[in-house]
Design a protein around this ligand. Structure first.
Ligand code: ADP
Length: 179
């Protein structure tokens, strides 16, 4: 699925984020940038040790924001490490923190002249954020940023791991672009 927002193609695909040939892929990182399971583990495995070396030098990243490293051996040149919130019921600012993780990632991309980025579904794995809500936050945040920064991106792609996740994001993208 593909929609034009602010001159950028917002794409949804099913697949593995480590295989994406874009300027930057986004990692669903933890605030210590220590690596982990899920998409984080897959990115470090595929990208090699140069990514972790740079993460150690950076030291950490607050929840709701993002930092950038090399892409190591990945097809993508850079990795943007975004830290989404752990879900704890929804009344602890989770939506604003998740929105911040997407917004910061896009800002870091703009600051580094990166025009194609691929996101995973941040926080909806180990961090347990309900995916219907997370997809709405992700796509409305991206749409708002693209509207405010026209011409900055060619492609913003969401790479969903399962068919069920893809369907949830597709419904959310329809909603966000309906008006
Ligand atoms: P978080 O800790 O932010 O919840 P996870 O890595 O546990 O992050 O999960 C985030 C999402 O990434 C989940 O939907 C998971 O299915 C998905 N995922 C796991 N591996 C990959 C991959 N290689 N490519 C794309 N998405 C992936």
């Amino acid at each position: 699925m593909r929609k034009d927002i602010g001159g950028a193609a917002v794409e949804l695909v099913r697949g593995d984020i480590t295989r994406q040939e874009v300027d930057a892929i986004v990692n669903a990182a933890n605030s210590g940038l220590r690596g982990g399971g899920g998409v984080d583990g897959a990115i470090h495995r595929a990208g090699g040790p140069a990514i972790m070396e740079e993460c150690r030098r950076i030291g950490g990243c607050p929840t709701g924001s993002a930092v950038i490293t090399t892409g190591g051996n990945l097809p993508a040149r850079r990795v943007i490490h975004a830290v989404g919130p752990r879900w704890s019921g929804g009344s602890r600012g989770e939506a604003e923190l998740l929105s911040g993780a997407y917004r910061s990632s896009l800002q870091v991309a703009v600051d580094n002249g990166l025009r194609s980025v691929a996101f995973p579904s941040i926080s909806t794995g180990v961090y347990s954020y309900p995916i219907e809500e997370a997809a709405g936050v992700a796509l409305s945040t991206v749409a708002e940023f693209l509207g405010q920064n026209p011409g900055c991106f060619e492609v913003v792609r969401f790479v969903l791991f399962t068919a069920a996740d893809y369907d949830v994001y597709a419904a959310a993208l329809e909603r966000v672009t309906a008006h």
